[in-house]
Design a protein around this ligand. Structure first.
Ligand SMILES: Nc1nc2c(ncn2[C@@H]2O[C@H](COP(=O)(O)OP(=O)(O)OP(=O)(O)O)[C@@H](O)[C@H]2O)c(=O)[nH]1
Ligand SMILES: [Mg+2]
Length: 537
């Protein structure tokens, strides 16, 4: 069983989740209804306000008099007669608050209740709703929204009136539980015609949307049927549920007019991963990862290459530094620059990644938009539009956030332990080579200066100094080749690791600024749909 409290909670959800997804007029009505429900529930919980509505001359005032049993309301042949609402109460104290709130000034207090169960009844005689006086109509409409139960009074001439049915009864189709339809002036019909007119009226009301309406034939003039009407009013007042039933019907009627959001599932992890991949590639993850590999290879060549020529490598700029992602910014240590300036804070610093090409930017935008569209599948147009707006909002902040995330990513930048060993061996080889050269030079030139030439031992017919030189050159070449191979292998693994880390950073940004806001939208749609179900049940 759905209680009024459940419905009010649902209505609050509809208001919050539906904001800018439902037409603004509906949003305003929702806020007004929430306010009205709160106001009504704070006042006279035991009272039941029953309003008597109808066209001018249908006999509303006469009927109120007949019900009360004395002339409390003015009736007249001149039209319209009643221009201000009149309240009849049987417990003046209990209803004061309520009557102040609904702003009915004209009040009479009676002693003898029209039904024993209706001591806390407030009966309202109202101006006509189809009046030539627009203030009458406004007053009737205002109170139709505020009373707890509605009595529609029609007469045999105008019971099929279009205005009454289309503009008043149909919008209150949800209010059947708190609605009585009274066919007045049955004394003007031949007795045999009464059931026919009642049946015809019931049929029309059915078409209005009220399947099981209570239609009571009465005559205010002769008093026929008035007792039955009194007891029907007594039923409404006795249950004391009219107030809640009315508010529940208001909520249901309003919810009936709200657009369905449809239903959609949250994007799965595969879709999220491929979005991150696409956005990451567009943001230059591969450019940076390749630079990490190239930087490693360059530094490795510097450290392990043939020392005589490896200084040439030193002249080339480090590929990472060229991107504004120098080793100092990416490693754990922060170096102080050559001129004593400290390296810029990565949080403030932008990478100098080549400005993303129009094509790359378009690709990232497309990826985000199509992710949002896929996520919105199953939602109705209004809600899809909402997700699209969210995606556009994310796209506005995404490039900067990605740049920052890339700048902040800790890239693998340390050297390798084997560089030192290679360097030592390289230098040892060079020294060995120099010894060989010195030896040969000594053998050639010492005799000229009258010095004894050093002896040159032979191994397998080769002079030892020559072998030393050849060995040094060979070791240099071999180390160069081996170092290059190791640097290529390690560089590739550094590149892959850097790519993984960069995609990790990109993933954090994409999750926070794209996936989560869209998921929140989907949750909103789901909450709205659930609330709609409760409100209309
Ligand atoms: N024959 C007959 N005449 C009725 C009956 N009820 C009301 N009348 C007459 O219809 C006329 C209008 O009655 P009111 O009670 O003033 O009608 P109303 O609906 O209050 O009209 P407004 O205040 O102008 O909206 C009066 O002349 C009544 O005497 C009825 O049951 N039978
Ligand atoms: Mg009247």
């Amino acid at each position: 069983m759905t209680t009024l409290d459940d419905r009010l909670v649902a209505l609050r959800t509809l208001h919050a989740a539906g904001a800018d997804r439902i037409p603004s007029a509906l949003a305003t009505e929702t806020a007004e209804l929430l306010e009205r429900a709160t106001q009504r529930r704070e006042r006279s919980p035991g009272s039941t306000v029953v309003g008597v509505f109808g066209a001018t001359g249908s006999g509303k005032s006469s009927l109120v008099n007949a019900l009360v049993g004395t002339e409390v309301a003015r009736t007249h042949v001149r039209r319209p007669t009643t221009s201000e609402a009149l309240a009849v109460t049987w417990d003046a104290e209990a209803a004061v608050d309520l009557l102040d709130w609904i702003d009915v000034r004209d009040r009479v207090v009676r002693a003898e209740p029209l039904d024993p169960r209706a001591r806390q009844l407030v009966l309202l005689d109202l101006p006509d709703f189809d009046s030539v006086e627009s203030t009458n109509r406004a007053e009737a409409e205002r109170l139709a929204a505020q009373v707890d139960a509605l009595i529609w009074v029609v007469d045999p001439q105008k019971y099929a009136d279009e205005v009454l049915h289309a503009q008043f009864i149909t919008p209150h189709a949800r209010h059947a539980e708190v609605t009585l339809i009274v066919l007045n002036q049955v004394d003007t019909l031949a007795a045999a015609d009464v059931p026919k007119v009642v049946a015809s009226l019931r049929e029309i009301v059915k078409r209005d949307g009220i399947a099981k309406a209570t239609v009571l034939p009465v005559s205010a003039r002769t008093g026929a049927g008035v007792d039955k009407l009194r007891s029907a009013i007594g039923d409404l007042a006795a249950a004391k549920g009219a107030r809640d039933a009315r508010l529940a019907a208001d909520i249901a009627a309003l919810a009936d007019r709200m657009p369905q959001p449809g239903s959609a599932r949250r994007p799965d992890s595969r879709a999220i991963s491929s979005l991150i991949e696409e956005v990451g590639v567009a943001a230059g993850v591969d450019v940076v990862a390749r630079a990490v590999g190239a930087s490693y290879r360059k530094r490795s060549a510097q450290a392990t290459g043939w020392p005589i020529v490896s200084w040439i490598a030193r002249l080339r700029a480090d590929p990472l530094t060229r991107l504004g992602l120098g080793a100092a910014r990416t490693g754990t240590t922060r170096r102080v620059g050559k001129k004593g300036r400290s390296t810029p804070d990565p949080a403030l610093h932008r990478t100098s990644l080549p400005p993303r090409s129009a094509a790359a930017r378009a690709k990232a935008s497309l990826a985000v938009r199509s992710f949002a569209d896929t996520a919105a599948t199953g939602l109705t147009e209004q809600w899809r539009g909402g997700l699209r707006t969210t995606a556009e909002g994310a796209l506005a902040t995404l490039p900067d956030a990605l740049d920052l995330a890339i700048a902040r990513t800790q890239l693998p930048a340390r050297g390798s332990w084997w560089w030192a060993i290679f360097a030592i061996v390289q230098w040892a080889a060079i020294l060995t080579g120099l010894v060989g050269i010195g030896w040969l030079l000594a053998a050639a030139f010492f005799p000229r200066f009258g010095l004894p030439a050093p002896e040159i031992p032979q191994v397998e017919g080769w002079g030892v100094p020559t072998l030393l030189i050849a060995g040094a050159v060979l070791v240099g070449i071999l180390l160069g080749l081996l170092g290059g191979l190791l640097a290529a292998i390690t560089g590739a693994s550094r590149r892959r690791r850097a790519r993984r880390r960069l995609l990790g950073s990109v993933g954090d940004v994409v999750r926070e600024s794209v996936v989560e806001p869209l998921a929140a939208d989907l949750d909103r749609a789901r909450d709205f749909a659930a609330a709609l179900k409760v409100a209309t049940s």
